[in-house]
Design a protein around this ligand. Structure first.
Ligand SMILES: [Zn+2]
Length: 857
């Protein structure tokens, strides 16, 4: 399922309907759209237990997915490597195919006819193969090249494609079936394999005709780590169906590449478990960057077709515990929205899908059911779930067969509107039955975005490369130019919004909207912004007169000044952190002064090497001195995304928790303790507490969120009271950073040099500060929410107005000498707000450099 933090459940103002009992209570009446809030981890309180996997992390950062070759015909008959059998694969208990059983099945299916082609398109975080299957009628290499020429024409010259009446007749409509993105929602995979086998072996002339006019792409299991482990997340602990704005994980990169290369007109994403089967389209709020008039008509039509196919299987509440299907758009008011493009079907439309659906099959087999129900009952449920998922797949290909020309024409129209730079269209009320004013969401597209390195060249380069990886066109200005009264230097990047995928460009670069007034509660996050949170300078401009050249990758950004003497590296981007950690690991004598690392003149060759390797820019340090810095060794009681991010930044991290400390922990290898999840000072046994107290005399502490604030209070660190905002509030906030002119002046160690925006989820602010506490960053007096959803609690507390002007990040030295930083924001949330990672790094370097050195700096 699309499952939010359980925290939400406790705080939602609308009633939360618990998952329905099925066979145990077959006559229970169907409820409105049901969300299972019950069996997911509560993000902020779960101890990270992800093992150290340096290899896997490296793969997650660097591995590029394989692409669909356009130069070969079909079938391709690739021999897939077969992994060793794993008797512990969690699928086996359910009578489903284990991951190691997929390659043999696909190898066999490729031999049974000429319709099936399989390939490995990448590897999971845990190193498991990802399989893409293409089912279509045979094509010569020349025919495959022609299909690719048409696909390109649809994307890149949509106006001409729209005028070409013969085009839709010659083009095979691409359909994408994504299965098992949540590893413990298994049966989409088994249904995909079943349908592939039917298609491969069918003698039905209707199937032959279908495959002559379509290409069906199946991502057999989007999350093999989770499938094997019986877990929702991948091996890194990430929910892949939240990763599409960030694409931090290799599995998400593979899915993104399928959507770019195949350009599906229709896609379905197979999940579980909601009874009766939940089939999108969604409730409001609807994402404002879609061509929603086209999208809702097609998506609703296929939704109705899938509903009819699923109900037509004949399962009943009385006999089978299976309720009739439900469609949130039709059957619910709100609570299952398509606002954030973090979900597969909410990302696919930006690559031309004009019908896209989450499908939640009905009978729960995960969580406590997996461990407690008899195997027979689990297998009965899984068999029904497989039938339901297969019915949804068949209904979808039938839909594409019947609506072939229109779907292609609508995809062309999406890209045509983008290329022409047409304004966002208000969808006519009643365009489909029930489409009312509550469903209308629009945005304003600027003429272009300009991306500069005014904060950090490395950050600008990262954003540009991210846009290009998402198939957004970026150009680079040949000369300085003016736009909206501002002068931009030569070399600035330009995203011309007259382009086919302008919706995707805008959904990433725009600030977003505060939708608190329009809806009571949201399903997941409501705010994100690469423009505001990734550390680059991003301006929407209303006119564009510039000579610019297309770029395939951002230009190199590393530099070292020619002047002699010491060098400074301002820690303003994750790449600066990586470079500094590399220098420290090499044993370079580095000091830390007010947000920057100072490298002696003697280490110039090492500085030049990391400038090259990471694209970081050194400046002349002048007379700056600072405290000696060594590699920072972190003990971390964090959520999985924070652990991933800290390691990605090049820090050495050892996961800890209450249990780990209670078992006896050797603090001698730790410089800083990071606490945001799974560690309670009050729950430590006396020996663990004594050991921790001894560490606090020499080590630093960083905390975040409720768990962190409780730790600060219980351990008697800084004098500060953390006030909690509403628990489900989240989004982009305006902040003011105090002090900390980076590179010389005394002031905030952490906030200085930060972007003007931060990200919050369950925000906190600090009051009652002791004299030892410095304010690093405060919520702005205006807003502070820029985009997202943040309402007050029912009693009026916890709203954004209550946070206005209050400290969001504070630092200080406690009476023992420990350097402490408290975050009320979420600087590493799901690896998304890249521009905030340096704050965390600066907190770590500062805490590590001053603690134990007692007083002087
Ligand atoms: Zn799911």
């Amino acid at each position: 399922m699309r499952l939010p933090p359980a925290l939400l459940a406790a705080l939602l103002v609308i009633p939360v309907v618990v998952p329905r009992a099925v066979s145990a209570d077959p006559v229970a009446p169907p409820a409105p759209a049901v969300r299972d809030f019950g069996n997911g981890p509560e993000r902020n309180e779960v101890a990270a237990d992800v093992p150290q996997q340096a290899e896997a992390l490296k793969a997650a950062q660097t591995e590029q997915p394989g692409t669909l070759s356009h130069d070969r015909g079909y079938p391709r008959r690739t021999r897939l490597p077969v992994p060793p059998a794993n008797p512990a694969d969690a699928s086996i208990k359910l009578g489903l195919v284990p991951h190691h059983g997929i390659a043999p099945r696909l190898n066999d299916l490729q031999q049974r006819g000429d319709r099936v082609s399989a390939q490995v398109i990448g590897r999971s975080y845990g190193g498991r193969d990802l399989y893409l299957v293409t089912v279509t009628a045979p094509e010569s290499a020349a025919e495959a090249r022609e299909q690719e020429r048409i696909r390109e024409r649809i994307e890149n010259d949509p106006a001409a494609a729209a005028r070409d009446r013969k085009l839709v007749k010659r083009y095979k409509a691409p359909v994408f079936v994504n299965a098992n993105i949540h590893g413990n929602e298994w049966e989409g995979t088994d249904a995909a394999l079943r349908v592939i086998e039917e298609l491969a072996t069918s003698k039905d002339p209707g199937i032959a005709a279908l495959l002559a006019r379509t290409r069906l792409y199946f991502n057999i299991t989007a999350n093999p780590d989770g499938r094997v482990n019986g877990a929702r997340q991948n091996g890194a602990g990430f929910d892949l169906n939240r990763d599409f704005v960030t694409v931090s994980q290799p599995e998400a990169r593979a899915m993104r590449q399928i959507m770019i290369d195949a350009q599906p007109v229709t896609m379905i994403d197979l999940h579980g478990y909601v009874n009766g089967t939940l089939i999108e389209p969604t409730t409001p709020p609807h994402g404002a960057n879609y061509e929603y008039d086209l999208f809702i008509q097609n998506t609703y039509a296929n939704g109705l077709g899938m509903e009819s196919a699923v109900n037509g299987l004949g399962y009943t509440p009385e006999k089978d515990g299976v309720y009739p299907a439900q469609i949130p758009f039709r059957d619910s008011d709100e609570g299952w929205d398509d606002w954030p493009p973090i979900f597969t079907p909410q990302y696919a439309p930006f690559h031309g899908a004009v019908a896209a659906h989450t499908v939640e099959i009905p009978l729960r087999v995960n969580g406590s059911d997996y461990t407690q129900l008899p195997v027979e009952e689990l297998r009965r449920r899984s068999a029904i779930n497989t039938d339901v998922a297969a019915a949804a797949i068949r209904a979808t290909y039938a839909f594409v067969r019947d609506r072939h020309d229109r779907l292609i024409a609508d995809q062309i129209e999406v890209f045509r509107r983008g290329s022409a730079g047409e304004p966002s269209r208000a969808v006519p009320l009643g365009i489909v039955p029930g489409f009312g004013p509550e469903d209308v969401y629009n945005t304003t597209f600027p003429r272009a975005y300009v991306i500069t390195g005014r904060r950090s060249e490395a950050a600008a380069a990262r954003l540009v490369d991210h846009l290009i990886a998402n198939d957004v066109r970026v150009e680079r200005a040949r000369h300085a130019f003016r736009a909206d009264g501002r002068t931009y230097p030569a070399g600035s990047y330009v995203v011309d919004m007259r382009q086919p995928k302008r919706g995707l460009a805008n959904v990433m670069l725009e600030a977003g909207a505060d939708i608190s007034p329009r809806v009571d509660a949201m399903y997941d996050i409501s705010g994100w912004s690469h423009g505001l949170l990734w550390g680059a300078g991003v301006d929407g401009v209303s006119s564009l007169r510039v000579q610019a050249d297309p770029v395939k990758a951002a230009a190199p950004t590393g530099s070292v000044p020619r002047t002699a003497g010491a060098l400074a590296l301002k820690v303003a981007d994750a790449k600066d952190v990586l470079a500094l950690n590399d220098l420290l690991a090499q044993g370079t004598a580095v000091t830390w002064a007010d947000g920057a690392a100072i490298v002696p003149a003697s280490a110039r060759p090492a500085a030049r090497a990391v400038a090259d390797r990471y694209g970081v820019a050194f400046t002349a340090a002048g007379t700056a001195a600072g405290a000696p810095l060594s590699p920072v060794r972190i003990a971390a009681a964090t959520s999985a995304d924070e652990l991933f991010t800290l390691r990605e930044l090049g820090f050495a991290v050892t996961p800890v928790s209450t249990a780990v400390l209670n078992a006896g922990y050797d603090w001698s290898g730790t410089d800083v303790l990071f606490v945001s999840s799974g560690l309670s000072y009050a729950a430590l046994n006396p020996a663990a507490r004594a050991a921790l107290d001894a560490f606090l005399a020499t080590g630093g502490v960083i905390t975040r969120g409720g768990t962190g604030a409780a730790f600060n209070a219980a351990a008697g660190l800084l004098t500060a009271t953390a006030v909690a905002g509403r628990g489900d509030a989240n989004g982009v906030v305006r902040v003011l950073s105090t002090g900390g002119q980076v590179g010389g002046q005394v002031g905030g160690q952490v906030g200085g040099g930060s972007p003007d925006h931060s990200f919050v989820y369950s925000p906190r602010w600090f009051t009652g500060l002791g004299p030892e506490v410095t304010v690093e960053q405060s919520y702005a007096a205006e807003g502070p929410l820029v985009s997202g959803h943040w309402r007050p609690n029912a009693d009026g507390t916890g709203g954004q107005d209550a946070a206005r002007g209050h400290p969001a990040v504070v630092s200080g030295r406690d009476e023992r000498g420990a350097a402490v930083v408290l975050f009320g924001t979420e600087p590493m949330f799901r690896n998304h707000p890249k521009g905030l990672f340096p704050q965390v790094a600066r907190a770590l370097y500062w805490a590590s450099s001053v603690t134990g050195a007692a007083v002087t700096r």
